[in-house]
Design a protein around this ligand. Structure first.
Ligand SMILES: Cc1cc2nc3c(=O)[nH]c(=O)nc-3n(C[C@H](O)[C@H](O)[C@H](O)COP(=O)(O)O)c2cc1C
Length: 314
């Protein structure tokens, strides 16, 4: 099932979308939908601080190892009906994490998905790619991806998106994951989650910039734009080749309208904004959309649809 957004731009799950107040601010902004923080079965405090360096040297991006701090899915089930009052699609991001109940990950996704659909969410975004938990993300294991999608698609009717990590230089794994996705009725993939296993150092103190996981965390912002474009493009081409009706939502490195245009040309039909939204808050959607519309008009296009996947070979 398809989910259409206007404008085709939303926040990326994570920054400023944990509490009701934050979510309401997105609902009141020019974003085309509201995406929640990835919710887990149990509420989570997240990793010890400092766990986020919002501004890396040279303006290249953000580095985080938040560890999914969130209110727990039961709270989001209560918030969603209120948020729906703003008339925008509510997309609930769902993740699994080690939990006091000891529920296996697949069961966590299934239980959260069923409850959140009942609460009135318009779509689910299954985050299979959090880089900052103890376990290897499910998105790196085709059988794990299959098990989660089987469990969730069996029981849920609303559109389902899947948030993926960058597969970088692992073409075999990329192919296996992409083929697995073809077997399910999913609406979209969102790529990329933060680039995992990245590190930065504060020269003034000669310390790592974040504490958890020995300083290793996920990178977002301008530095990841080319990585995100590559992932968007190869998934787009793969789905075209296999005539799959799975949309590609582009996430990663968008801080200017031109960056969003590149995502559309690479094959994205919606773009999500993480680090820039972290930096500047909810006015970013209006600013980016105005710039996108201006670029389209200046280049003789009347809608984003006309440029999706339209990048030319050289
Ligand atoms: C502080 C922070 C928290 C994040 N938390 C989540 C999360 O809970 N779920 C998720 O799917 N992605 C999360 N992400 C990843 C973003 O959604 C996005 O995929 C990534 O930052 C790349 O986009 P960007 O370059 O626009 O930042 C987080 C990113 C940041 C910076």
């Amino acid at each position: 099932m398809e989910i259409k957004l206007y404008p085709p731009i939303t926040n990326a799950s994570g920054p400023h979308c944990v509490t009701y107040e934050e979510l309401e601010r997105i609902a009141r902004s020019a974003a085309g939908a509201v995406v929640t923080k990835s919710m887990t079965h149990c509420p989570r405090q997240g990793n010890p601080e400092p766990r986020l360096r919002a501004h890396l040297d040279g303006g290249i991006g953000s580095l985080n190892s938040m560890g999914l701090p969130n209110l727990g899915y039961q709270e989001y089930a209560k918030l969603i009906p209120k948020l729906k009052g703003f008339g925008k699609p509510i997309i609930a991001s769902i993740a699994s994490a080690p939990c006091a109940h000891g529920l296996p990950p697949v069961e966590q996704y299934r239980e959260i998905a069923v409850t959140i659909e009942r609460a009135g969410a318009d779509a689910l975004e299954l985050n299979l790619s959090c880089p900052n938990l103890e376990d290897v993300p499910i998105a790196m294991d085709p059988q794990g991806v299959r098990a989660v999608l089987q469990a969730v698609t069996r029981e849920v009717k609303i559109p389902i998106g899947v948030k993926l990590p960058p597969y970088n230089n692992t073409p075999k794994l990329f192919e296996e994951i992409a083929r697995t996705l073809l077997d399910f009725e999913i609406s979209y993939i969102a790529t990329i989650n933060s680039e995992p296993l990245t590190l930065d150092i504060d020269l003034a103190t000669r310390t790592k910039v974040i504490r958890p996981n020995e300083g290793f965390g996920g990178l977002g912002g301008p530095a990841v734009l080319p990585i995100a474009l590559a992932e968007v493009h190869r998934f787009y081409k793969f789905f075209q080749k296999h005539r799959a009706k799975i949309a590609v939502w582009g996430v990663g490195g968008i801080t200017r309208p031109e960056d969003a245009i590149k995502h559309f040309l690479a094959g994205a039909s919606v773009v999500q904004i993480g680090t820039l939204f972290l930096w500047e808050g909810p006015t970013v959607f209006e600013k980016l959309w105005a710039g996108i519309e201006q670029w389209l008009a200046e280049n003789g296009f009347s809608s984003v649809e006309e440029i999706i996947g339209a990048v030319r070979e050289i």
